[in-house]
Design a protein around this ligand. Structure first.
Ligand SMILES: *Cc1c(COP(=O)(O)O)cnc(C)c1O
Length: 463
């Protein structure tokens, strides 16, 4: 399997190379040259497999020659063996039509673990072969940081610098990053938003002074391997609810468009999906883009769902490339326009291509609280605010009543106890697997929100 950049200029890479590369050298994102296909019979034959086995089957065509099937199975067994639930991503029924897919049973309580536990092992595997080292620079709206740090803390040949927007992540989220004491972990709080942090990370990849000295790697969902790992649970949910004979709809709380893009990939591979519902909070650039073709970034409004407080959704470029004719030169031109104006229009092909599978809905803070209350009072389920936004969108979407609608539960409610308590009156306790989080000492550095400050810090500290 070869991977090509959405902007058409960077060299094509194999799976091992794309895992270590992160962002393409032309500023684009890597996507598979073509989508692997499964027939309905092949999908039906996956029913009943343990999650780690299913993961190896779904990932195998993407991995190509970079790993033997046996080695891939060993890695998925190790990655998913650390989850606190035997089913890894269990489904919970809310009512006749609605289900939640719990993706938060990993070590740091959010769905990011599903991909990052695997990505950490892939880094170790591929770097070990060539005795290389990797300097990871990442931006987090809260959950990628903790999941990535958990996945790579203590590794010899990997160093991680993680930027988070100061004061805009929850206490649990911050402590899960800053209380990990390992010599290869560096936490940075910047003055600014997640979008500012993500823009700095993208600049690092394009900064020749940095890349001449260090091989920079990515743990954000700009890294293809993350999306690949997330495709698996769309298959897992479908197989449990009557697929592939029966179509499902999925509602996905969305920020950087990675998780829901993985659903698009599952559909491209042949999994029957009725609809993908893109759920946003008031930072609704994706809702406006899908509804009106208007992709224009405003300023970020902080909400109870900080992991979705994003205005520039990196992975949307992958969708626009894929449904818009896969024309790298045109995509590069369109993105140059967006980078200059912070706004662009979708082409007709992009709008129609997206509308075939995607719809969207937006939840304000009242809708979010109400969805948490509804789930708790009517179904006995405590949801975190991100999942609640997904559920709100799922219930608004008017999907035919005979189609099951699965909302992706992206975080454990205990990660956002204040918002849950405000909505339901109950404070969800932290699961025992996070240990004495509030007793441990924190370590992070604060930097101004300028590129130079961040770059200089990384250049000084990176070994
Ligand atoms: C990261 C995150 C999201 C958004 O996922 P994207 O892949 O960026 O769209 C939603 N909810 C939670 C809890 C997250 O951590």
């Amino acid at each position: 399997m070869r991977y090509v950049s959405t902007r058409g200029e960077a060299p094509s890479l194999d799976f091992a190379e794309v895992t270590l590369a992160g962002l393409a050298s032309d500023g684009g994102l890597y996507v598979p040259e073509e989508w692997p296909q499964f027939s309905l019979d092949e999908i039906a034959a996956m029913r009943g497999l343990p999650y780690a086995e299913l993961a190896a089957r779904v990932m195998e065509p993407f991995v190509g020659d970079s790993l033997t099937p046996e080695r891939l199975r060993a890695l998925t067994a190790k990655a998913y063996g650390r989850f606190a639930h035997k089913a890894v991503t269990p489904l919970v029924q809310l009512d006749e039509q609605h289900w939640v897919l719990e993706l938060f049973h990993g070590p740091t309580l959010a769905f990011k673990d599903v991909a990052l536990q695997m990505l950490g092992l892939l880094f170790e595997e591929f770097l070990g072969r060539e005795e290389g080292s990797l300097t990871i620079v990442g931006a987090t709206s809260g959950d990628t940081g903790s999941a990535a740090i958990d996945a790579v803390a203590g590794l010899d040949n990997v160093e991680i610098f993680m930027l988070h927007p100061k004061g805009r992540v929850s206490d649990v989220q911050r402590r899960q990053m800053t209380t990990v004491r390992a010599p290869n972990v560096h936490n940075i709080a910047i003055d600014g938003s997640f979008d500012d942090a993500q823009a700095m990370v993208k600049r690092i990849f394009a900064d020749g002074d940095v890349t001449a000295k260090h091989r920079i790697g990515a743990v954000n969902s700009i890294n293809w391997a993350r999306l690949m790992a997330q495709v698996v649970y769309y298959f897992a949910a479908s197989l449990q609810l009557g697929g592939p004979e029966r179509k499902l709809a999925f509602s996905v709380p969305t920020g950087n468009f990675g998780d829901v893009f993985a659903g698009h990939v599952a559909a491209r591979m042949g999994l029957p999906i009725e609809r993908l519902i893109v759920a946003t909070n008031v930072n609704d650039i994706l809702h406006r883009a899908l509804g009106q073709g208007d992709y224009s970034a405003g300023t970020v409004t902080p909400t109870a769902a900080p992991s979705m407080d994003i205005q520039v959704s990196s992975n949307f470029e992958r969708l626009l490339f894929d449904v818009g004719g896969r024309n790298g030169a045109a995509m590069a031109e369109q993105m140059r326009g967006f980078e200059a104006d912070k706004a662009m229009r979708l082409t007709n092909a992009q709008r129609e291509g997206a509308a075939a599978l995607f719809t969207s809905a937006r939840a304000d803070e009242g809708d979010t609280s109400q969805a948490m209350r509804w789930a708790y009072e009517q179904c006995g389920e405590m949801l975190d605010p991100h999942t609640a936004i997904g559920l709100h969108a799922a219930r608004e979407a008017a999907i035919d009543s005979d189609v099951p609608v699965v909302t992706l539960a992206t975080a454990h409610p205990a990660k956002f106890p204040d918002a849950v308590e405000r909505a339901t009156g109950l404070r969800p306790p932290l699961p025992s697997r996070v240990g004495d989080l509030f007793a441990r000492e924190e370590s992070f550095i604060e930097l101004p929100g300028t590129y130079e400050a961040v770059r200089d810090h990384i250049m000084e500290r990176a070994s």
